[in-house]
Each structure stands twice: as C-alpha cells, then as structure tokens.
Design a protein around this ligand. Structure first.
Ligand SMILES: NC(=O)C1=CN([C@@H]2O[C@H](COP(=O)(O)OP(=O)(O)OC[C@H]3O[C@@H](n4cnc5c(N)ncnc54)[C@H](O)[C@@H]3O)[C@@H](O)[C@H]2O)C=CC1
Ligand SMILES: CC(C)CC(=O)C(=O)O
Length: 364
C-alpha cells in the first residue's frame, strides 16, 4: 500500500504509529478529518493478519467516523485507533497507559472510546494518562459502556427502515436474522424480543449464541447460513465487508439494518442492493448511538439528553430515504451527501481568520 497516495486520495490528515516495547503496544491512530472538531472514534484491538491489514482497517474506520459524526450532527471530526494484538491474551495495564500517553501527546486532536476488543476497564486505564478518553466508568461522571446505547439507536433506525419497507414501523411478528450477538446485538435482541420480533442468530462464539437462545427464544443457525435465512430483516452486528459478491445473492431479507461498521465491501455493493429494492439503513448512521452518547460527555454527561438525541436516528434515517428517493440514488450515497454537505458548509464558515490571542508575537 502506498500510504501517502492513499491518504491524499481520501484526504486523511494524520496517521500516527505508536510503539512501546515494555508493554508490547503496537497502535495506529488514524485521523481523517477535523473540520467539524476534534476527531472522536473508538479503539479496536484485533489480531490482524498483517500490519497492512491493520493500517487499512484504521484508515477505513477513521473515515467512517468523519461521516458518522457529521451525519449525526456532532461537532466532531473522524478518527480511530487499532491496536494490533489478541484482546483475550495480549492486553496489560502498561499497554493502555502507554497508549494513553500517546493520545495525550496529540493534545486533543483525537479523543478515544471503546470499540471491538476494548472495554470500559481499558478506557479507565487510558484515563490515568489523559482526559481525551470517553466511555470510562460511570463513577467518574462518564457515560460508561456505549454498546447499549448503540443498540437503542440501531433499534429505532431499524423501525424507520421497516416503515419504509413494510409501511409500518412495528417489528411485532417480523423475523430478524442477527449476525453476531456480542455487546451491541445482545441489547438489540432484547428490544426486538420485547416488541415481539422473532430472532435468528449466528455467532462464531457459541457462548454468545447460547445466551441469546436462552434469553430471547432465538433460533441458532450456522455462521455461513445467516445470510440466506427467510427473514424480513438482516441485522449485521459483527464485522465489516459482509455485503459482498458472495453474500448478496443469498439475501432474502427486504431490509438491512445492523450495527457493524463498513458493511458494504465496496460501493458497488450498495448500488446492487439498491437495484434489488433492499432497504439499506446506512451503517454509520444507524450505529451512531454510541458516539452520540460518548460525545455528550464533552458537555457534562446527561443520559436523558443523550438518549433523546439518539432517538433522532429514526428521523435521520427517514431523511436519508427521502433524499434517496428524491435524487434517485442509493441510500449510502444519500447519507454521504448529508455528511459531506455539512462538512463543506461548516468548513467554509470556519475559513475566516479569527484572532484568538495566540497570534500575537511577543518576546522575540
Ligand atoms: N459497541 C458499540 O457501541 C459500537 C459498535 N459498532 C460496531 O458494531 C459491531 C459489533 O460491535 P460490538 O457488539 O461492540 O462487538 P462485540 O465484539 O461485542 O460483538 C461482535 C460479535 O460478533 C461475533 N462475530 C465475529 N465474527 C463473526 C462472524 N464471522 N460471524 C458471526 N459472528 C461473528 C463475535 O463473536 C462477537 O460476539 C462492530 O462492527 C462494531 O464496530 C459500531 C458502533 C458502536
Ligand atoms: C464510542 C464508539 C462507540 C465510537 C466508535 O468508534 C464507533 O461508533 O464506531
């Protein structure tokens, strides 16, 4: 991969490689765009097959955060970190402290939170070294684990998508095929079960499947069988790139609405599902509940205020469907337009020079 060429093509600002020998930390912080404000995005810990794969993931996820934060109406830019390592084996306290110091070194250009493979406890350790971390323990006046709030956002977004596809936002009696029943999807299943939806679940981790089967009468299927289920809604809640050449022909669901980031392997896959008449709730819009929640910490965290804002995902998804129909474009393009237009508007309005006291040269 030609890194600078890639960064130039997609207009990335900064890529930071962090290494600490004592703890084994190998982290990549990607900052995509800070037009709207400091870059906020979680830290993913994953056993990447290669350094190149890790860099690509950091870059893709960071750009996704720029769009997510912009579409959610947050005054935040987009960034993300990946830590290379197995979250079950390679974590230690020194690693997250070292990482916290690297974040502190960015002086507020990047603020972190949880993502796949990291927890509130990890964020608490980072907090020992920097204040530029959200999603720490509620005891600190923070918002805690963002996953349940992400799940609520996916739930309301799914209802908006159901209204578009079936004429009603009720999920009662609808069958939802859920891929991955981890932190977000477990709470999502709870909302769906309470509303009377039928659940089909698949996960590479049998304990996660068992938990959902026992709690919600979910039906278990194999990980490769989840796409072809006779379901009304497909909810991808594991990892990215799962809407691709292999999976699209298997899909029977009329709606795709789930929490996973970067669901489309390529933009062409968004075009194909649009042509097939599948209602796709764009990933970074429907899964923005977590970041909306942690971002509220910047104002002194208030749970009710954050949840009210997360409920707005329903309206944002409806707005995207309306733009998609009006301009005859796939929903993923409509979402991108919403985000890009906001970044452009705000970027223009911030382009005038403003004296802030730091520009006066003294004591030379
Ligand atoms: N936690 C949050 O607040 C947010 C999460 N997301 C995204 O939502 C997705 C899920 O996040 P979490 O629930 O936090 O992660 P998690 O790690 O708790 O859950 C993911 C689940 O997917 C399973 N899985 C992995 N590969 C699979 C496969 N091939 N087939 C079936 N299951 C598989 C894992 O075993 C795990 O149970 C991720 O893509 C994450 O980036 C997005 C926004 C916020
Ligand atoms: C706080 C996190 C949930 C933000 C993030 O990284 C994401 O939305 O993917």
């Amino acid at each position: 991969m030609e890194i600078f060429k890639y960064m130039e093509t997609y207009d990335y600002e900064q890529l930071v490689f962090c290494q600490d020998k004592t703890s084994g930390l190998k982290a990549i912080i990607a900052i995509h765009d800070t037009t709207l404000g400091p870059a906020l995005g979680g830290t993913r810990m994953w056993n990447y097959a290669s350094e190149e794969e890790a860099i690509e993931d950091a870059l893709r996820l960071a750009k996704g955060m720029t769009y997510k934060n912009a579409a959610a109406g947050l005054n935040l830019g987009g960034g993300k970190t990946v830590i290379i390592g197995d979250p079950l084996k390679d974590k230690n306290e020194e690693m997250f402290r070292a990482f916290g110091r690297f974040i502190q070194g960015l002086n507020g250009r990047y603020i972190t939170a949880e993502d796949v493979g990291t927890t509130v406890a990890d964020m608490d350790i980072i907090h020992e070294e920097t204040n530029y971390v959200t999603g720490i323990s509620e005891a600190f006046g923070s918002s805690g684990n963002p996953s349940p709030v992400t799940a609520y956002g996916v739930y309301v977004g799914m209802k908006a998508a159901a209204k578009e596809a079936f004429g009603s936002d009720s999920l009662e009696g609808k069958t939802v095929a859920v891929q991955g029943v981890g932190n977000v999807a477990y709470t999502l299943c709870d909302y769906l079960h309470k509303e009377g939806a039928k659940l089909i679940v698949a996960d590479i981790n049998q304990a996660s499947v068992d938990r959902a089967v026992n709690a919600f009468d979910a039906v278990q299927v194999g990980v490769d069988e989840i796409y072809s289920q006779d379901a009304d809604i497909f909810a991808p809640c594991a990892l990215g790139a799962i809407i691709n050449d292999n999976t699209i022909p298997q899909l029977k669901a009329k709606v795709i609405a789930g929490s996973a980031n970067n669901q489309l392997k390529d933009t062409k896959h968004g075009d194909i599902i649009h042509e097939m008449g599948i209602v796709y709730a764009p990933d970074y819009v429907i899964n923005s509940g977590g970041v909306i929640n942690v971002a509220d910490e910047l104002y002194g965290y208030n749970h009710d205020r954050a949840m009210k804002r997360v409920s707005g995902i329903y309206d944002t998804i409806e707005k995207i469907f309306a733009i998609s129909k009006r301009d005859e474009i796939p929903t993923y393009v409509a979402a991108d337009r919403l985000a890009e237009e906001r970044i452009e508007r705000v970027g223009k309005s911030r382009s005038q020079f403003l004296q802030n006291g730091k520009h006066i040269i003294t004591n030379r």
